[in-house]
Design a protein around this ligand. Structure first.
Ligand SMILES: *Cc1c(COP(=O)(O)O)cnc(C)c1O
Length: 212
């Protein structure tokens, strides 16, 4: 990550690593935390909640990076600091209603589907603008930015162009008066390319914890 940032003329401090720990045991998360990782990503609520509770002695930030099912919003709002894949106003409203009053605002990103694929989630780039404006108005949420999961990389140039598209969309949204500061993009295979295109947060699993 540092090398990719320097090559892009960026400050490495401006890029957060979210270590994706889905399917990995609590011991592996503890070991990563010893080495300085502070942010962890999980996809499944039922798996994540026991791990979060078992690691409550550590000052970790938990990111929910999976698809948000309506019947899981309460647990997500109670246990996580970030939600990356909001793609419907209704989901955001439920998270806002269910975020505990004593907790700081829940950081959220809107998931954008840059390349239309059957069965994949995310709003179209065209719909992202309006959803961002609506989500930004909700209480107890803090809209931080945009997130994408493009199809697996086949051509580095094509992947970089997709990441640039998300960055440009964020610039357009900010021109409307929002102050989004987060681009959640890049995984084990393409995080260096994402950093070149402006990622402020990369979600890396297998390159840290090994294959799942
Ligand atoms: C699993 C997952 C990752 C991590 O993928 P790796 O290829 O293991 O780095 C990142 N983002 C999301 C949304 C995921 O579901």
């Amino acid at each position: 990550m540092q090398r990719a940032a320097r090559q892009a003329g960026r400050d490495p401090a401006g890029i957060t690593l979210v270590a994706v720990s889905k399917t990995k045991p609590v011991e592996s998360i503890r070991e990563a935390a010893v080495h300085g990782v502070t942010d962890f990503g999980e996809n499944y609520v039922r798996e994540a909640t026991p791990k979060i509770l078992a690691l409550a002695d550590l000052p970790l930030r938990w990111h929910f990076i999976g698809a948000v099912q309506s019947n899981k919003t309460r647990e997500i709002a109670e246990h996580f600091a970030w939600v990356h894949a909001v793609d419907r106003l209704k989901t955001a409203q439920r998270l806002a209603d269910q975020r505990p009053y004593h907790a700081p605002p829940l950081n959220v990103c809107i998931q954008v589907e840059l390349v239309s694929e059957p069965g994949k989630s995310g709003v179209t780039p065209a719909d992202a603008l309006e959803l961002a404006q609506r989500v930004a108005e909700l209480p107890r949420l803090r809209l931080r930015g945009l997130m994408c999961i493009p199809p697996p990389m086949t051509d580095p140039g094509v992947q970089e162009a997709r990441f640039h598209e998300l960055a440009q969309l964020q610039t357009r949204i900010n021109a409307l008066g929002l102050a989004l500061d987060t681009l959640s993009m890049g995984m084990s295979d393409d995080f260096e390319i994402a950093i070149r295109a402006g990622a402020t947060l990369v979600r890396v699993g297998s390159a840290i914890f090994g294959p799942r």
